[in-house]
Design a protein around this ligand. Structure first.
Ligand SMILES: NC(=O)c1ccc[n+]([C@@H]2O[C@H](COP(=O)([O-])OP(=O)(O)OC[C@H]3O[C@@H](n4cnc5c(N)ncnc54)[C@H](O)[C@@H]3O)[C@@H](O)[C@H]2O)c1
Length: 250
């Protein structure tokens, strides 16, 4: 038996990085996976990888910033697998810009995906979870949703919003046996951080305050997400799981 045996898990941003590793790990642990991402080619590759290793996965092209797209993805997921037990709201974008250079367009771009996308996901999956008498929702925030850092204010505001929205949803839906938690990764080596980690000065500064001074592999986040998706975390809701090499401890 896997740790999430027979659970139906919807993972957004599943074509790359943390989402991809999470989808692969959940599948390895017995879940059936709905992969949702804007990147169709890479998403379909992950689905094929899961199928080839004996799991079951389906890919849907999806824009988390579009409410219409959410309605369609949830409907197609329930049609395909019959229910949704777990939602991993992982899709996100990073923008590095000082506040004075951040335009209204920049702000909306980041917050529409990172914050509104999470709101839409929770909003539209609730009916399916209520129908199946429970579920687990994991929202991927960041250490930048907990502490400040220079040059990424729109991103930090979006991740701070996810942190508190998670607690609101946990309180509002606890009576339906739906748990909602957030995950706060530190610096993880994924395509999102390729550019910033190529800058030696940034990397040294960014990792300077961590206890474990290296970027993490995305699988090190996926293990935490797996725990929150599984029934092993049955007493956790409205909580923050920080996986940051000790960055916020110092
Ligand atoms: N990499 C890090 O250091 C780090 C740290 C803390 C938090 N995070 C968070 O983890 C999550 C995953 O990041 P990652 O590092 O794996 O990034 P990534 O760039 O490797 O993957 C992000 C995925 O999201 C998809 N995506 C982007 N916009 C989308 C949209 N509108 N609709 C659907 N899919 C969309 C992309 O196509 C991509 O596949 C993000 O929410 C990110 O903010 C990352």
């Amino acid at each position: 038996m896997g740790r999430v045996q027979d659970k139906i898990c919807l993972v957004t941003g599943a074509a790359s990085g943390i989402g991809r590793e999470t989808a692969l790990l959940l599948a390895e642990q017995g879940a059936r996976i709905i992969l949702a991402d804007l990147n169709q080619e890479a998403g379909q590759k992950v689905a094929a990888e899961i199928d080839a290793s004996g799991g079951q996965a389906i890919f849907f092209k999806h824009d988390v910033a579009s409410e219409e797209s959410w309605v369609s993805v949830v409907e197609k997921s329930v049609e395909h697998f019959g229910k949704i037990d777990v939602l991993i709201n992982n899709a996100g974008v990073l923008l590095m810009k000082p506040i004075q250079e951040t335009t209204e367009e920049d702000w909306s771009f980041v917050n529409n995906i990172n914050t509104k996308g999470v709101f839409f996901g929770v909003k539209h999956v609730l009916a399916a979870m209520k129908e199946s008498k429970g579920g687990s929702i994991v929202n991927i925030s960041s250490i930048y949703g907990m502490i400040g850092a220079p040059g990424s204010s729109a991103y930090q505001a979006s991740k701070g919003a996810v942190r508190l929205f998670t607690k609101s949803a946990a309180v509002e839906y606890s009576e339906h046996n739906i748990r909602v938690n957030s995950v706060h990764p530190g610096i993880i080596a994924t395509p999102m951080t390729d550019d910033v980690l190529a800058d030696e000065d940034f990397t040294q500064a960014a990792l300077g305050s961590a206890i474990i001074r290296r970027p993490a592999h995305p699988k090190e986040i996926a293990w935490g997400v797996l725990f929150l998706a599984s029934d092993e975390s049955s007493f956790m809701t409205g909580s923050e799981l920080v996986i940051d090499g000790g960055y916020t401890a110092t």
